[in-house]
Structures are given as C-alpha cells and as structure tokens.
Design a protein around this ligand. Structure first.
Ligand SMILES: NC(=O)c1ccc[n+]([C@@H]2O[C@H](COP(=O)([O-])OP(=O)(O)OC[C@H]3O[C@@H](n4cnc5c(N)ncnc54)[C@H](O)[C@@H]3O)[C@@H](O)[C@H]2O)c1
Length: 437
C-alpha cells in the first residue's frame, strides 16, 4: 500500500517507519523543514531505541521517504495518516488547530478512494467533524477512520510491531478490512484487531490513558500515606499486587507522571466531560495528585536543607520524564530544577539522552555532567528523577567519596534502604521511612 504520514514526530515517524518495514511505500510529511532535511540525511530527531537503524534501512530500500511537499505526497496515497500534535489549550481541552489545518490542506489532493486515518489522540467527535469537513471541501463522501496509538516512548518499536491490540474506528466493513490488511503483519500472534465506531475508538485512547494515570496517582497517594504512617510502600505493593484482581502493572510510586500524553489526555478527557455537563471528579483528582507529587521530592530537599539550600550543590540524575527517551515534556525533573534555581542552589545534571533538550531550555544556568559519577563531584545531595537502568547499581563507596555530604533523594525508589544505611547514606525515597545517618 502507499501511505502518507502527515506529522513526523514520535508517533508519525515510528508508525511510518514500521509500516515501511512491513513492505509498504511510506512518505512522511512535516512542516518542519530542518527535521525533514535531517531525516533525508539520516539524522533521527528523537532518541528511540532501534528507530535509527530501522529508518536508515527502509530509507535505503526506497520504501521510506521524507518530504515537506504535502500535495504530491497526498495525491499518491491510498491512505493518509494524520499524526500531528494535539497539545493542550489553556483550558485543558485538546488544541486541534494543526489537525484542522491539515484536513483543509489535504482535501484538494485526496484520491477518490483514499482513506484518511486519524492517528493523533483527538476528542470524541473529531472523526465525524473531519468526515463532514472533507465532504464539504471535496463535494463527496470521503473515507475517514480512527486508529488511536498506544505505543510507549522508550519501547515504541516493540509496542508498535507487537501491539497488545489494534483499535480502529470505522464506518464500513470495507474500511475495517483495509486497516486489518495493513496491520496483519503485526497481529500474527493472535492479538486482537478491534473494530468499533469512530466515537468508541476515540474514547478508548483517552480511557486507557486515564486509567493508567489513575493507577499512578493512586499509588503515589498511598505512598505518601504509607510514609507518614511508618509503612513501606514496596511491601504494601507486594501485599496488594499478588491479588489477581489488582496486579502489579503501573503501580510504582514515584515523583509523578509526565510526558506528552498522560497529563494532556487526563485534562482533555476532563474537558470533554465538562462540556457534556459531567463533573470529572476522578480525572480532576488524578491531575491534582500528580501536580502535587511533582513537588514531593523537592519538598523533602527544602525541608532537609532549610535556609541553607541556596548555598548547596545539588546533583540530579535523570531529566527525561521516563527512561529510554529524550522527551522532557512535563518531566518532574523540570519542576525540581525550576525551584532549585529560584532558591539559588547550584545544580549539576546528568541524563543519558535528555541533557541536550534540557540544555536548550536552561542553557548555562545548570552544569552538565557527562556521566553520573561526575555529577556528584562536591555535591551536597543527589536527587533522582528518572529510573534509567544505569543508575540502579552504582558504586556506593565511590559515590560517597565524591560527594560533599552523602545525602540521596530518590524519586524512583531505586535503592534498598538497608543498603543505603550500611553505606552511610542519609536516604529519602517515596513512601518509605527515611534513613538518617
Ligand atoms: N508521543 C507519544 O508517546 C504518543 C503516543 C500515542 C499517541 N500520541 C498522540 O499522537 C499525536 C502526535 O504526538 P507526537 O508525540 O508524535 O507529537 P510531536 O509533537 O512529536 O509531532 C508532531 C509533528 O507534527 C508536525 N506538524 C504540525 N503541523 C503540521 C502540518 N500542518 N503538516 C505537517 N506536519 C505538521 C510537527 O512539526 C511535528 O513534527 C498526538 O495527538 C499525541 O497525543 C502520542
């Protein structure tokens, strides 16, 4: 099949590349000329494990192309995928400006039988709106499907090529069949292809992210209670997780969720509910708990150092909102950095992939270390915001010898409290009793 992907960001680039890898002819379009030029030269704009090799291989095989020429790319396509961003507006609702612009731009160039597929996360009714708008602009009934994406940054290729399920929202059996054919190479292990109405497909994406975010905020609130009561959230997790009705997935306490999806999708779903006169009590609470959780670790640092914090040197490990990505959108680390700079502390940061994105935001206000141990040189404390695997087994004695004072604030519960005590650290984590040395 000939596919055109409009929007070559995280989702567009991964989706386009994986479809090219299964034998389709894919053209990725973007308005960002520098990004497209870079991709043509083999420069991948994001860090995503395995993506670079796959892009290069498929580009070399002439199955994957990059262009800013939307008209030509759309005119050649059997399917036009829309994967532009849908960022939050000031009131929390999804901003559909980019998507609506693209719909207007593609209309004159769409082939008679081409299918438009909405991959972006969009509010319920966007498919119907797009269908009506294309009819108005082209004077004919166009095929418009929804195909929400569930990939996780950091494991995007795996998630896309081995999906737990594929969800499509369609009006006709014919459209469902065409999408099923496209996805068949990824569904050989009997994972379901779920065909439903466009409205249900649009909602499925929001409901999935709403539930996952709820689990995170839930365990974070439980962790805060646990810590205050002298319990250990890790033990409590084990205590509940073995209950088959509960399980362990997505119940890790931490310093809050970030990224380009959970925060905005929770707020967008709340906004959809409010528009319908429904009070989204759970979504509002999930968002509020998360906002507060991003201040928990910096709160501990402020309590520990008090007025002295402005003269202290804090090392930060982990800037990305989660490991295996360079994405810092809504990352908890940014809340900590903003506050430390406001107080006047000296801050040295390390992240294996996201440091450049942070440097673009903060420039010389921070110091940047090339490796985790370098960041600790002369530090009065270490704060951990992202659970990169390379942080999990450090040489504690060396850490201690480098630091001015051996104090660790661990927002991801990477270390065992007893081990930290044995090595002489003062250790604060989430939902566990602090270790004072
Ligand atoms: N990032 C994720 O993990 C993820 C997962 C599932 C779903 N989604 C959803 O997928 C959508 C895209 O997210 P993303 O993270 O890939 O966004 P992104 O910001 O990384 O990429 C969007 C791209 O669209 C381009 N663009 C904007 N207007 C354009 C236009 N008129 N023509 C061509 N290109 C244009 C931008 O230049 C950018 O490269 C969003 O709705 C998001 O909620 C994202």
């Amino acid at each position: 099949m000939k596919l055109t992907m409009i929007g070559t960001g995280y989702v567009g680039l991964v989706t386009g590349t994986c479809f090219a890898n299964s034998g389709n002819q894919v053209t990725c379009v973007d308005i960002d000329e520098a990004k497209i030029e870079g991709l043509r030269q083999g420069k991948i704009p994001i860090y995503e494990p395995g993506l670079s090799e796959m892009v290069l291989r498929n580009a070399e095989a002439h199955r994957l192309h990059f262009t800013t020429d939307l008209a030509t790319a759309v005119a050649a396509a059997d399917m036009v995928y829309l994967a532009v961003g849908t960022p939050p507006s000031a009131d929390g609702s999804a901003d559909l400006t980019a998507l609506r612009n693209v719909v207007t731009q593609i209309a004159p160039h769409l082939r008679e039988n081409a299918m438009v597929v909405i991959k972006s996360t969009v509010p319920v009714g966007t498919n119907a709106e797009t269908y009506a708008r294309l009819k108005e602009l082209t004077g004919r009934e166009c095929r418009v499907a929804s195909n929400p994406e569930f990939l996780k940054e950091g494991a995007a290729i795996d998630d896309f090529t081995k999906p737990d399920r594929v969800v499509v929202g369609v009006r006709t059996e014919r459209d469902a069949k065409m999408l099923h054919e496209l996805y068949a190479p990824f569904l050989r292990t009997d994972h379901p292809f779920l065909s439903m109405s466009p409205e249900s497909a649009e909602l499925t994406k929001y409901v999935a992210n709403a539930l996952l975010s709820t689990k995170i905020s839930f365990i974070n609130e439980m962790a805060n209670i646990c810590e205050r009561m002298g319990g250990d959230i890790n033990d409590v997790r084990r205590g509940i997780g073995h209950d088959q009705r509960i399980g362990f997935a997505f119940l890790f306490p931490g310093c809050g969720y970030g990224g380009s999806c959970f925060p905005k999708d929770v707020r967008a779903l709340a906004s959809i509910a409010r528009d319908q006169g429904i009070n989204p009590q759970i979504m509002d609470a999930v968002d509020a708990v998360n906002q507060a959780q991003k201040h928990v670790l910096i709160g501990k640092i402020e309590s520990y150092f008090g007025d002295q914090l402005k003269d202290k040197h804090i090392a930060i490990w982990g800037l990305a909102f989660k490991p295996r990505t360079d994405d810092i959108r809504e990352a908890p680390a940014l809340v900590m950095i903003d506050r430390l700079l406001e107080i006047g502390a000296k801050v040295t940061v390390h992240d294996p992939e996201a440091a450049n994105n942070v440097r673009q935001k903060y420039g010389d206000a921070l110091q940047y270390a090339d490796n985790p141990l370098d960041a600790l040189q002369g530090a009065d404390a270490l704060a951990i915001n992202t659970e990169w695997s390379e942080y999990r087994n450090p040489d504690f004695d060396e850490m201690k010898s480098l630091m001015n004072t051996p104090v660790v604030f661990d927002g991801r519960n990477l270390f065992d409290s007893d081990t930290m005590a044995e090595h002489g650290f003062t250790y604060f984590s989430i939902g566990r009793v602090p270790v004072n040395n």
